[in-house]
Design a protein around this ligand. Structure first.
Ligand SMILES: *Cc1c(COP(=O)(O)O)cnc(C)c1O
Length: 381
């Protein structure tokens, strides 16, 4: 008989979600917007310890789209984006008719390399006579990017930062929460992220005025008039009051979930430390606090005696969901014609890397089952 599937990353309800949803039904707020939306935004502002203003939206992708729109990205502009990320980081560049320019990662955090970022900026200025309009930096797998260095370069060339913190809620860099570092920042509450609203996202805006602008574009860009009057193209991107109710419930277990994901990461790190050719991705810099959304490993086939693919298939065989690391965007068929600055860092990570199951609901027994597949693969080489 096949054993029960162990998933890569699953949402887990606290039990408080029902209360907020019931409240919405009882007060007939089963509509877009309403008290849960305001409440969820306040909860997030408090959690992030920020004076910035948060606008909850239908997805993280929508938040990136509106963030770039508010940064003034227009058709024909260039936008720099970390190549080693999920396609949703870069797709909105194309929604706006702009052109992505991809930059490689550095080996310590796996996020955008400041060396190649600067090289990309100066080369684009030289080639096009214009500055890139924005820089998209990602905290991949919850690991904070080197924001001090990146900000310094962004400020030197006066280019705004869009911070994709979709995977990094709860991560901290130099005593400041991820999601508060960018000119605009983005969170995701998709089903597999740190917390979920069943689907949703948020745009963290620098002030009240920009948050109001985000809300304007997210609700069909209605001008102030008694009738429906429009002088801009708008979107239907707001989060519903029901989804925000789930989000409010999830906030009550956010810290617990981050702690558990970090614990799972620690268990993997300890138990895999004697396995030849296996490196668990971590950052020992004391100013960095990762939520370890997913625990990632690198497999060196010359030491392990097996490669990433062999281990992946063995896991699948045991009904355990694992996944290769993100395929760099500059290698994706849809983006292959765009400029790329870097070497082979992200490409090699993709080749050797695997994400392991990291849900907070993972049990000791599940972990034993996962570890036993390493054991088997090692002896069956
Ligand atoms: C999930 C994710 C997004 C998109 O968020 P959605 O809410 O799924 O639209 C963007 N960037 C990264 C890095 C992500 O992991």
């Amino acid at each position: 008989m096949k054993k029960e599937r162990i998933h890569l990353s699953l949402a887990h309800m606290s039990g408080n979600e029902q209360k907020y949803i019931q409240e919405a039904f009882d007060t007939n707020w089963v509509v877009p917007l309403g008290p849960n939306v305001d409440g969820f935004e306040k909860d997030l502002e408090q959690y992030l310890q920020t004076d910035k203003k948060i606008v909850s939206l239908s997805s993280g992708t929508a938040a990136i789209h509106l963030g770039l729109l508010l940064l003034g990205v227009k058709p024909g502009d260039e936008v720099i984006c970390q190549s080693f990320t999920f396609a949703a980081s870069a797709n909105p560049i194309k929604y706006l008719g702009a052109k992505p320019v991809f930059v490689d990662s550095e080996g310590e955090t796996w996020n955008i390399s400041s060396k190649y970022l600067e090289e990309a900026i100066t080369d684009r200025i030289e080639k096009t006579g214009r500055k890139p309009k924005a820089i998209i930096v990602v905290h991949l797998y919850g690991m904070p990017a080197k924001m001090h260095e990146i900000k310094q370069i962004a400020e030197k060339y006066d280019i705004p930062l869009l911070e994709d913190a979709a995977e990094a809620l709860g991560s901290v860099y130099k005593n400041q929460k991820c999601g508060t570092w960018g000119n605009y920042s983005v969170l995701s509450f998709n089903g597999n992220k740190i917390i979920t609203t069943s689907g949703g996202g948020a745009l963290i805006c620098p002030n009240e005025a920009s948050a109001n602008e985000a809300k304007f574009y997210a609700t069909q860009a209605r001008d102030q008039a008694p009738h429906y009057q429009h002088s801009r193209i708008g979107y239907n991107y707001r989060m519903s009051n029901i989804c925000a109710g789930i989000g409010r419930g999830q906030m009550s277990i956010l810290n617990e979930h981050v702690a558990r994901r970090r614990e799972i990461h620690q268990i993997y790190a300890e138990r895999l430390s004697n396995y030849p050719g296996i490196t668990v991705f971590q950052n020992n810099d004391k100013t960095v606090y990762s939520n370890y959304w997913l625990t990632c490993i690198l497999i060196d086939p010359s030491l392990a005696g097996y490669d990433r693919e062999k281990l992946r298939l063995a896991m699948e065989d045991a009904n355990i969901e694992v996944r290769p690391l993100w395929k760099p965007l500059h290698l994706q068929p849809v983006f292959e014609d765009y400029p790329f600055y870097g070497e082979k860092t992200s490409e090699l990570l993709f080749e050797k890397g695997l994400c392991l199951p990291s849900s907070p609901i993972l049990t000791e027994k599940d972990l034993d089952r996962i570890l036993s597949v390493f054991e088997k693969t090692m002896t069956n080489k």
